[in-house]
Design a protein around this ligand. Structure first.
Ligand SMILES: *[C@@H]1O[C@H](CO)[C@@H](O)[C@H](O)[C@H]1NC(C)=O
Ligand SMILES: *[C@@H]1O[C@H](CO)[C@@H](O)[C@H](O)[C@H]1NC(C)=O
Ligand SMILES: *[C@@H]1O[C@H](CO)[C@@H](O)[C@H](O)[C@H]1NC(C)=O
Length: 169
């Protein structure tokens, strides 16, 4: 029964090697600080390869590509609902996320802050490079890594890239 349903779903999203876009990474609600930075990431697969378009309160933004980076943040200008649309000749899918921007003197207790950021590194070929990032906040912040503005996909690196968790400093 489950098997039949699966085939049916594939038939709906792919027809004659044309597949409707589907999201691999989608933007999530976030809170930034005035003067700081916010990044929304939106990646989709599909056949042909989907085009990503960003909208702010329904209006198209000139920025395209899978990362929407806003810097420096301004409370009145940037706090809004942002939409990522992925489209190809098979159709379009979209997802929205909210950006909230706080004034510096409104930062709640426990808001994440980076205490130690990664440094430029020169490493011999075939050696292991370790990048450090230490952050504090309450609850404990989750740390994500980006390479050339895109999220690092640890599972596609064949074990070459590992994210290690150290204890408290
Ligand atoms: C994101 O924000 C929107 C609008 O404020 C809200 O409706 C939605 O539930 C939020 N999503 C999550 C996952 O918190
Ligand atoms: C790095 O390792 C590869 C495979 O083990 C080897 O072929 C290559 O010569 C090494 N390069 C250096 C600079 O040691
Ligand atoms: C990360 O890599 C895995 C394995 O190659 C792949 O299945 C997955 O879709 C990738 N995720 C993203 C967000 O690209």
């Amino acid at each position: 029964m489950i098997h039949i349903m699966h085939i049916y779903m594939l038939a709906v999203s792919c027809l004659l090697l044309v597949c409707l876009p589907s999201f691999i990474t989608f933007p999530v609600n976030q809170t930034g600080i005035s003067g700081g930075v916010a990044s929304f990431v939106c990646q989709a697969r599909g056949e042909p390869k989907p085009t990503i378009t960003w909208f702010k309160i329904g209006k198209k933004i000139s920025s395209s590509g899978s990362v929407l980076r806003i810097q420096p943040l301004r409370v009145d200008r940037d706090a809004a609902i942002y939409k990522c649309s992925a489209s190809n000749s098979a159709g379009e899918v979209s997802v929205s996320a909210r950006l909230e921007v706080l004034e510096e003197n409104d930062i709640p207790h426990g808001f994440p802050s980076i205490d130690l950021g990664p440094q430029l590194k020169v490493v011999e070929k075939n050696r292991t490079a370790t990048m450090l990032c230490a952050a504090s906040g309450n609850p404990d912040p989750e740390i994500s890594w980006f390479k050339d503005k895109l999220p690092v996909n640890i599972s596609s690196s064949d074990g070459r890239i590992k994210q290690l968790r150290s204890g408290r400093l």
